[in-house]
Design a protein around this ligand. Structure first.
Ligand code: HEM
Length: 239
């Protein structure tokens, strides 16, 4: 056992905790404004860390879908998808925390943001590409459908069979949990933005809330459609 590693060293806390640098600090700004800007920075930095983990987990899922033809890693995939859904929920709750960002402080420190904007988050765009949206599936769903096809089934078969399809079906459930959580996070972001900015334009140059609303998508459209078809022609007597 290595006994010379400390909590501080292992987590590189000196570096991590030196990275929150409110630009209003050292100016004539009130303490309240500096603290609010720090809160804003922490919420965004923490979100980027959780995005990092979510992307890594989903890339591992895609690797399994693309490199295996059996179900030996399928339970791990289910775990990773549930974990990703949990992490997207964490991202959502961090937004909710920002509901407590005082409006006046935000208006005061907003000018130091310049043109910096969440729209420039490379990790967000990477996650969005992996997950896909309502009109275009991403590699996560495409690799899943190809993996199912290599087993001699189709996603439609699995969706129709329900729990009888075992782990294949549990993966569909986990994908939808992730997709719905992702949608709730996006809608929550629009709610936060309208609460604190109304219809004001964003620092990234978009129209703000209106732009963001247009980008809220329910991913995994085919899965939703297939589940809708389960209602057609089914009665208790026929099932
Ligand atoms: C007070 C808090 C926040 C406000 C007022 C806000 C505001 C905005 C606005 C207006 C946009 C549109 C782009 C622009 O013109 O700037 C945007 C985009 C975005 N924001 Fe936020 N945001 C907040 C918190 C967060 C947090 C905590 C995150 C977490 C990472 C985040 C991530 C993003 C992302 C990823 C986009 C791009 C979304 C897309 O292109 O679909 N935002 N934000």
């Amino acid at each position: 056992m290595t006994d010379d590693v400390t909590y501080q060293d292992y987590l590189e806390l000196d570096t991590l905790l030196s990275l929150q640098k409110p630009r209003t600090a050292g100016s004539a700004a009130l303490r309240s404004t500096v603290l609010s800007e720090q809160f804003f920075i922490v919420a965004h930095q923490a979100s980027e860390l959780w995005l990092r983990q979510t992307i890594a987990d989903l890339e591992a899922v895609i690797d399994v879908f693309t490199t295996t033809d059996d179900t030996s890693d399928a339970e791990w995939i289910v775990d990773l998808l549930h974990r990703s859904a949990g992490l997207v929920h964490v991202l959502h709750t961090q937004l909710i925390a920002l509901d407590r960002l005082p409006l006046t402080d935000f208006t005061l420190f907003r000018e130091v943001l310049g043109t910096a904007s969440g729209a420039q988050s490379e990790q967000f765009h990477r996650l969005a590409r992996l997950i896909g949206h309502s009109k275009q599936d991403g590699p996560l769903y495409e690799s899943f459908a190809a993996w199912v096809a290599r087993s001699g089934r189709t996603v439609a078969d699995v969706a129709r069979s329900g729990i009888e399809a075992g782990v294949y079906y549990r993966i569909i459930e986990a994908l939808l949990e992730l997709g719905n959580g992702y949608f709730r996070w996006q809608v929550g972001h629009v709610g936060l933005v309208t609460k604190i900015m109304g219809s004001h334009a964003g620092t990234g140059g978009t129209s703000g809330a209106e732009y963001l609303l247009g980008r809220c998508h329910l991913p995994f459209a085919e899965l939703r459609e297939l589940r809708g078809q389960a209602h057609v022609g089914l009665t208790v007597a026929s099932s």
